[in-house]
Design a protein around this ligand. Structure first.
Ligand code: PAF
Length: 297
């Protein structure tokens, strides 16, 4: 396993990318970018491996983006684990890592111009974290531009399906603003007990992991109902999850996978088309999100 080299500035990263692409000897090599905030887990390794499988050169970024944190305490306690992250990325076949500091990404402080996530950015996760998705889109747009290959080359960027709303918003940004990059969504990685991998799982106190399993359990029940052609009865599913020990439910919704618009999921109506079940809840002090695809019979 090779530990990937680290570029600390945009200029260094651009030189590295140019050199690595030229080194492939291909006329039209492909570059894969894996943006992360570090504190990496198996879910991130899956992103890196997906990028490795489809591209000639793979670059990951590690940057804890202050713009997407509404709570300074949350930003301060976000784990910084660079050495372990580099080892994981090296293992997954990443060629180089971009790890800028805040001054490199936002010289002179907060940017005057930001990308707006529109009305969709105010729903679900955006409802409890105002400005979060504008911060995400702003940093992702910077990263996509900084890593843009200099020669005729394929360009793909990889994001986890666990952050379903983030993925939809990034796809829309790239589509609405005509950026020459393909956005790839990579399936959620789950532990053996079914809990979706997340950097936040490390903050679950003993016993809370068990309580958190109610989220994936509820989603799996909705998935099974959809597959069996039974009505989802979302209000009943919400009530059961809200009553689960140790879980403070924020939302449980069934939505269109492309637009995140709510779809009918009452007690009397089986699902008519593919949908996504989204959940967010607090378990102890930890806010968790998860989602699952629902495919009707
Ligand atoms: O999903 C994340 O880790 C972050 O939101 C991202 C996409 C790296 C932007 O900071």
């Amino acid at each position: 396993m090779n530990t990937p080299g680290v570029a600390r500035t945009a200029a260094e990263l651009q030189d590295t990318i140019a050199r690595l692409l030229a080194g492939t000897g291909k006329e039209r090599p492909a570059l894969g970018l894996v943006p992360t905030m570090g504190a990496l887990h198996h879910g991130h390794a899956a992103l890196a491996r997906a990028a490795r499988a489809e591209n000639d050169v793979v670059v990951a970024s590690i940057f804890v983006n202050p713009l997407q944190f509404d709570d300074p305490a949350d930003l301060a306690r976000y784990p910084r684990t660079l050495e372990a992250d580099l080892a994981l990325l090296g293992e997954a076949g990443v060629d180089a890592v971009f790890a800028p500091d805040v001054e490199e990404m936002y010289p002179g402080g907060e940017p005057l111009i930001r990308v707006s996530s529109g009305e969709l950015g105010t729903r679900y996760e955006g409802a409890s974290r105002p400005g979060h998705f504008d911060g995400v889109l702003t940093v992702v747009s910077k990263l996509l531009h900084i890593a843009q290959p200099p020669v005729p080359a394929g360009y793909r960027a990889y994001f986890g399906q666990k952050d379903a709303q983030q993925l939809v918003l990034i796809r829309r940004m790239v589509q609405d603003l005509n950026w020459p990059v393909q956005v790839r969504g990579v399936p959620i990685v789950r532990g053996a007990d079914g809990l979706a991998e997340s950097s936040r799982n490390a903050f679950l106190a003993p016993g809370e992991r068990e309580a958190a399993l109610a989220l994936a359990g509820t989603l799996a029940d909705l998935r099974d109902r959809a597959a069996a052609g039974r009505p989802l009865d979302l209000p009943a599913a919400r009530a059961r999850l809200a009553a689960a020990e140790g879980v403070q439910l924020d939302y449980l919704d069934v939505v269109d996978p492309a637009t995140l618009a709510a779809v009918p999921a009452g007690p009397g109506e089986p699902l008519a088309a593919n949908a996504l079940a989204l959940v967010a809840a607090r378990v102890g002090a930890v806010r968790l999100i998860d989602n699952m695809e629902l495919i009707p019979a």
